[in-house]
Design a protein. Structure first.
Length: 305
């Protein structure tokens, strides 16, 4: 196969591992910066141009689109999809997962466990919003935040009111969530590929910190999942429509709750903690899906011939 990996940096661990795994499996791989792409959109012969050349002949694309370039990155991915290239994670699924509010609403509709979450637009709603999630302590999150940035733990009601009021004063969209105290600063990253959890790790926040992100000094270790945690992670990825996803769970007194479904999960932490060849399993899944995708297209073409 000829595979395109959409990534801004070919030296990132995740990108390098995917390249290594694909080359080892005998595939041709190109790392393409989506912001360096530009598109010709027409009804006859749409194309993608990159550094003055037309990109063509690709069988599959692996999107590694960072949150800061979601809009343009998914536009480039849509163009690949328009041109009949199989995408490991579809553009619409990535957009769905990146919208934190929409993703929580979709998960809730499917009956998947979540922290009690409040959302409002007016300062006058703050007192009721706080009561809605069980009072302080509570967690306040910027909708646009990533890697723990824009996440605040408000220990008291007064602090919560001040922080929420400040964010609203800046016209920032926020979520207010119950604080799962019993998680003790730890969460679980479940790595889902093709409807199966292939690896899982526990991320523990450093002392004095409640955010367990590895980028914020958290540590990772291998963990065994309960059947409920495994089924919750699989259901969350399926709800987003993602073939590859990092599903972040907390262990609460009322069962596993989903904090986030990540459409571009990093490989370094999960491979290091579990010793599993996650990149290789992603490529193996891609091979099966591309074969099925091409077979369906051939049948469709014959049917309309």
């Amino acid at each position: 196969m000829k595979i395109a990996i959409l990534s801004r940096n070919a030296e990132l661990y995740s990108t390098k591992r995917l390249v290594e795994a694909a080359v080892l499996a005998g595939h041709e791989v190109s790392v393409i910066d989506p912001l360096m792409c530009y598109m010709n959109i027409n009804r006859i012969n749409s194309s993608i141009h990159y550094k003055g050349e037309v990109l063509e002949g690709f069988d599959a694309v692996i999107p590694r689109i960072g949150a800061s370039i979601t809009f343009y990155g998914t536009a480039v991915l849509r163009q690949f999809e328009m041109m009949g290239v199989y995408s490991l994670n579809e553009s619409v699924a990535i957009g769905r997962a990146r919208d934190k509010l929409r993703s929580l609403q979709l998960l809730a509709r499917q009956g998947i466990g979540l922290p009690v979450t409040g959302f409002a637009d007016k300062p006058g709603d703050i007192p009721d919003l706080i009561e809605m999630v069980g009072g302080a302590p509570l967690v306040i999150k910027l909708l646009e935040g990533t890697q723990g940035i824009g996440v605040v733990l408000a220990e008291t009601r007064t602090a919560a009111e001040s922080v929420i009021d400040a964010f609203m004063g800046l016209n920032a969209h926020i979520l207010v969530q119950e604080y799962i105290r019993e998680a003790n600063g730890a969460d679980i990253r479940c790595f889902v590929v093709g409807g199966k959890v292939i690896a899982a790790m526990k991320r523990q926040a450093k002392a004095g910190e409640f955010r367990s992100n590895l980028h914020r000094g958290g540590t990772a270790s291998k963990i065994s999942l309960t059947p409920d945690e495994r089924s919750t992670a699989i259901a969350a990825a399926k709800t987003m429509g993602l073939a590859v996803a990092g599903v972040d769970l907390l262990r609460s007194n009322h069962g596993p709750v989903v904090m986030e479904v990540n459409s571009t999960p990093g490989l370094e932490g999960i491979e290091g903690a579990t010793g599993k060849n996650v990149a290789g399993q992603i490529i193996a899944h891609l091979e099966k899906q591309v074969a099925s995708f091409k077979s369906k297209r051939q049948i469709k073409t014959k049917g309309t011939g």
